[in-house]
Design a protein around this ligand. Structure first.
Ligand SMILES: CCCCCCC[C@@H](O)CC(=O)SCCNC(=O)CCNC(=O)[C@H](O)C(C)(C)COP(=O)(O)OP(=O)(O)OC[C@H]1O[C@@H](n2cnc3c(N)ncnc32)[C@H](O)[C@@H]1OP(=O)(O)O
Length: 601
């Protein structure tokens, strides 16, 4: 590559603070070797910043000059930013580049950090960077060009034991850079942040020797010096670099959760508790570029709350994504007892099986996850009192509206459909519709949640139209019966499909909820029952399934045997499920509707 093609800094004046050693020295040498006139600032002290010899800066200036470059030394403390910049103006008449690099350490645990330690670290890192930047800014503005670097640290981003003062100052520099970048933008003054991990006077003795030896400052210098070139368009970027590697770093924001049903209502502690999983969910994050974008999201939230205003809790709609693939389908099938011991089940357990597909009851999960991760149920009750310790799954309706995929992301829109006061408890009916990526309605779920002890609030007892009713089985003997023994570890396996309610695994939590031992998920028993119907009446072909409705009328314990009694009435298969060991009915008034496909039935 010819000299002309190389990135040059001819005519540019660069101030590098703390340039007597380490990273600063490398920046200064590289800039000097590419034509910049360099102000080599260094107090000349030891790693702890004590004392003041002039050697460090002089040595670097000599090195630059010997290689044919131009440089002057500056021995001012960076806290006197105006004096540092003045050295550049006096020597060269301008300042184009400012690399705020100087730093010291005063590491102590938080209890032992003195006010002096705190102030000194903040002065040298944060205040000095501000002072130097403020002094350089008018010159850069007048010439309509400037490149400023702030030096942050992973100690700031992540924290580091014994570095409270340093971490805080280093994050302060990120904030400072953010605003300098905004204020400089219209005058072509760019301000970016470097997050280096380098072996230097400051990090010597802190890092393991092997790592220390690999973290050469000269591997970071080209990254920082490139950010100072006129061709680098970044402004307000944070770049992390070490050991010959660099990356941009972002602060991201999660999707978040709305914490109240409407503008007319306030946020309760319980709202927050119920929504906490969503508040802290970082599976879908976005990077926002400006404060305006951040406020924009809040306006959207307010608009949504405003449109929910009149109807209150029952009109609030929550949205949730549900992503699944082969692994989720197989895990679910295992959770409801599908086994390779039955060759007919291979289609649910082996992704390369020619007929591989979901057991249709898998699609209760998007509705369940949406309801459980929101505060819909609690918000629907006057007391707001519904949490995992007092809710039981009461009823479930699932309808498959289109062809079932084996993978994808479904968007579920959930809302409260009805609320009933049953005396011993409240019943909240939620309705969740799930759409695929093309907007096609794929699944409808309707769930009744029995909130124990939340009744007697003066509400109505009977359901509104649209709550899917149960259906009584014919009075004759069952047409068919199938038995499945569940495993004592069934709930431990089933919960991995998403319902992590401790009621199903934690003996202490189960006792708190009024049960002697953990009970099985209602939807696990539903899955077993749907398997029985498919196996008896649909040749295990999930594509023939249309809908299921059940009432969970009694608890099941993991390890118990389920007996599914079935009656065929056209395409409707009525069923009830009993626990063989106790003879008690646990699923009542239930049915599966199959598609009208006489050829295959
Ligand atoms: C999609 C989101 C879903 C959320 C999932 C929740 C998280 C999951 O992890 C939780 C679970 O999976 S829990 C496990 C599965 N469920 C169960 O085991 C509950 C079993 N059912 C019972 O114990 C009782 O029916 C019981 C305790 C529910 C009711 O018994 P009683 O208090 O004795 O009531 P009873 O006197 O029989 O009837 C009073 C009125 O309530 C109606 N009702 C009864 N059972 C109901 C039920 N299961 N669902 C809905 N309504 C029910 C009765 O019809 C009666 O009303 P009415 O007087 O108007 O006829």
């Amino acid at each position: 590559m010819s000299g002309k093609e190389k990135l040059r800094f001819d005519g540019r004046v660069a101030v590098v603070t703390g340039a007597g050693a380490g990273l600063g020295r490398e920046y200064a040498l590289l800039l000097g070797s590419r034509g910049a006139k360099v102000v080599v600032n260094d107090l000349g002290g030891s790693p702890k910043g004590e004392g003041a010899s002039q050697r460090a800066a002089d040595v670097v200036v000599d090195e630059i000059r010997k290689s044919g470059g131009q440089a002057v030394a500056d021995y001012n403390s960076v806290i006197d930013g105006a004096k540092v910049i003045e050295t550049a103006i006096k020597a060269y008449g301008r300042v184009d580049i400012l690399i705020n690099n100087a730093g010291i350490l005063r590491d102590r645990s938080i209890i032992k950090t003195s006010e002096q330690d705190w102030n000194l670290v903040h002065d040298v890192h944060l205040k000095a960077s501000f002072n130097c930047t403020q002094a350089a800014f008018p010159h850069m503005k007048a010439q309509n060009f400037g490149r400023i670097i702030m030096t942050s640290s992973n100690s700031g981003i992540f924290g580091n034991f014994g570095q409270a003062n340093y971490s805080a100052a280093k994050m302060g520099l990120v904030g400072l850079a953010n605003t300098v970048a905004i204020e400089g933008q219209k005058n072509n003054i760019h301000c970016n942040v470097i997050i280096p991990t380098a072996a230097s006077r400051m990090t010597e003795g802190i890092m393991p020797e092997m790592l220390f030896n690999e973290l050469k400052p000269n591997l970071i210098a080209p990254v920082v010096v490139y950010m100072c070139h006129e061709s680098c368009e970044d402004n307000g970027s944070y770049i992390e670099s070490a050991a010959g590697w660099a990356t941009k770093v972002h602060m991201v924001r999660g999707k978040g959760a709305v914490l109240r049903p409407s503008l007319q209502e306030t946020v309760t502690l319980e709202n927050v508790q119920n929504a906490w999983n969503k508040v802290t969910d970082m599976s879908k994050t976005t990077h926002l570029n400006t404060i305006a974008e951040a406020s924009g999201t809040l306006l959207e939230v307010l608009e949504k709350l405003n449109s929910n205003g009149d109807g209150g809790a029952t009109d609030a709609v929550v949205e949730d994504d549900f992503t699944f693939g082969n692994k989720e389908l197989i895990l679910y099938a295992l959770g409801i007892g599908a086994t390779t011991a039955n060759s007919n089940d291979l289609r649910f357990l082996y992704e390369n099986d020619a007929d591989f597909g979901a057991i249709p009851s898998f699609f209760v999960l998007p509705g369940l996850m949406t309801t459980m991760s929101s505060s819909l149920v609690a918000n629907a009750l006057p007391s707001g009192n519904a949490d995992l310790s007092n809710i039981l799954h009461g009823e479930q309706y699932l309808e498959i509206c289109d062809e079932m995929p084996t993978s994808g992301t479904l968007l579920t829109k959930g809302r409260v459909f009805d609320v009933m006061d049953k005396g011993s408890g409240a019943v909240v009916v939620t309705s969740c519709d799930s759409y695929d990526e093309t907007g096609r309605l794929l699944v409808k779920n309707q769930s009744a949640i029995f909130v124990v002890g939340a009744g007697k609030f003066g509400g109505k007892k009977t359901p509104i139209a649209g709550v899917v009713p149960l259906a009584a089985a014919p009075s004759r003997q069952p047409d068919a019966t199938i038995q499945y023994k569940t495993d004592v570890g069934q709930a431990a396996l089933y919960r991995l499909s998403g319902d992590l309610n401790p009621l199903h695994i934690d003996p202490n939590f189960a006792r708190l909820s009024g049960f002697n031992t953990p009970i099985l998920h209602g939807l696990c028993s539903l899955g077993y029952s749907v398997r029985a119907v498919l196996s008896k009446y649909a040749n295990n072909n999930g594509q023939l399934f249309k809908a299921v409705k059940v009432r969970f009328s009694g608890p099941v314990l993991p390890g118990q045997t389920l007996r599914i009694d079935m009656w065929k009435q056209g395409t409707r298969i009525h069923f009830r499920t009993l626990v063989v060991e106790t003879g008690k009915e646990v699923i009542s008034g239930a049915y599966v509707d199959l598609k009208d496909s006489k050829a295959k039935l």
